[in-house]
Design a protein around this ligand. Sequence first.
Ligand SMILES: Cc1cc2nc3c(=O)[nH]c(=O)nc-3n(C[C@H](O)[C@H](O)[C@H](O)COP(=O)(O)OP(=O)(O)OC[C@H]3O[C@@H](n4cnc5c(N)ncnc54)[C@H](O)[C@@H]3O)c2cc1C
Ligand SMILES: Cc1cc2nc3c(=O)[nH]c(=O)nc-3n(C[C@H](O)[C@H](O)[C@H](O)COP(=O)(O)O)c2cc1C
Length: 486
Amino acid sequence: MNLRVIFNGLALLLLFATAAALISLQPSLLWTTERNHWWLAAGLMTAYAVISWWWVRRSRTPAINHTGMSAQTVLVVHASQTGTATALAQQTVQTLRSSGVAAELCPIGELHSDTLQNAARSLWIVSTTGEGDAPDEALAFLQTLEQPLQFAGNHTYALLALGDRSYTQFCAFGQRVAQWLDASGARAARPWIAVDNLDPEALEQWQPVLRQFGAHEAGSMKTTRAPFVYGQLMQRELLNPGSLGGEAHRIRLGTELALPSWQAGDIVQVAVLDEQGALPAPDAAASQWREYSIASIEQDGAIELLVRLMHDSAGRPGAMSGLLCRHWPIGARMALRIRSNPSFHLPQDNASPLILIGNGTGIAGLRSLLRERIRRGGGPMWLLFGERQRDHDAFFSEELQAYADAGTLQHLDVTFSRDGDGEYVWQRLQSRAAQLQSWIEQGATLMVCGSRASMATDVDRILRDLLGSTTVDDLARTGRYRRDVY
Ligand SMILES: Cc1cc2nc3c(=O)[nH]c(=O)nc-3n(C[C@H](O)[C@H](O)[C@H](O)COP(=O)(O)OP(=O)(O)OC[C@H]3O[C@@H](n4cnc5c(N)ncnc54)[C@H](O)[C@@H]3O)c2cc1C
Ligand SMILES: Cc1cc2nc3c(=O)[nH]c(=O)nc-3n(C[C@H](O)[C@H](O)[C@H](O)COP(=O)(O)O)c2cc1C
């Protein structure tokens, strides 16, 4: 039973108790024999029931407005983690509309199975994230995927799956959606297209699809990737000497020319220069660079990272973390570029509460969000952060405590799993269930950063236990549950 049910039950009991107390205070018989009073009471009760029903329905109805959509409208569905699939879906809609074809852009999380069942045609642009996982905006759709649909009539679809072959589960989510559409009896206009690292040749295959769906002129789909720039290792500091965990280094990077722009929550991609000292091409394979959450904001004047030294099974340092944490001398040159991470930017509404949850190097992404919110003078914040040992792994502890003392951080919960009273961050969240519920009711946004396997999965499970899966899916769909997990 989730907390919402318990609280609603308690509120109901309280109302009954109050009613009972008021009845006992009545000087005369409560029950009226006047017919008009009965009609008035019945009318009020009916109005109350209708308004409640409308309110519940309204809060469950997907935000997207499909009214006025004919069965011939092409639904253009996108599932994206970092925005590429969304951008391609927008171009798809524009291309169709400029040929007079009715097309509707539809984020997958807002796609209702009724809408899809009644549509005759759909185009899907679907990315894979994590390790073969669905993007966060598709969380609410996973339940629909569990069973085939029954289309009202013939349904034709085509699907473009974005992915990267350097991951073991290449385009796994796109493939899953295509298989589900096939199992639902939809007809594939052509087999689903797998796009490796935005390969232009694979993207070209979308053009005949657009023509098949009625576009007269289908130009190439444009994806823009920022060029790499020359970066420099400015500073390195080991933050956790003696820790049971891997070394974690605070790294400061600069650039030879002006620093690139970024927003709190963005990622930096770091690559090695080639033997001639040249930068990688913008479309270099993803295996050539590594991603790191940026821990600083532009006003800090440098790109700060928190990098854990990784090792392979033979104990050799990881290719990039080895360079950043050990081998590169201060002043070493490398290539870097910013990857915008729109699904992990601060919410537009600066005043609503913010709950930041993370572990390990995940504090990097959370720190940039914290610093930006403080700079903007935003609403209340609560940070839950977990590491191993208080004596070694309390990253940025002085800074965080200073925010808490100044009241800019309303709640600071730091847990250490390997100390005597060891606790994981999800356990702390569980023991703060009432506070969580209350913040969510006040419109809080949840932002989670750090390890997918050893933190984010448990946090997600506890959130679903405490708030209910429907609420968590709704939070993800409406941008109030944002994650940067790896
Ligand atoms: C969005 C995003 C944000 C990230 N932010 C950070 C960050 O802020 N700080 C940070 O330290 N890292 C972060 N990472 C991880 C980072 O990109 C690299 O994967 C990591 O530094 C290892 O790279 P490497 O070249 O040193 O190791 P590799 O040479 O690629 O691999 C070395 C060994 O490490 C293992 N390994 C590689 N990556 C991981 C991993 N993520 N978890 C567990 N084992 C792994 C491999 O299996 C291998 O055995 C982030 C990753 C992503 C996708
Ligand atoms: C953290 C992370 C995990 C990823 N995991 C996978 C994966 O498991 N399989 C895959 O094929 N591609 C994977 N990719 C590659 C993305 O699918 C690819 O970069 C895609 O173009 C991103 O599109 P988006 O911007 O719409 O999210 C991953 C990318 C990132 C950054």
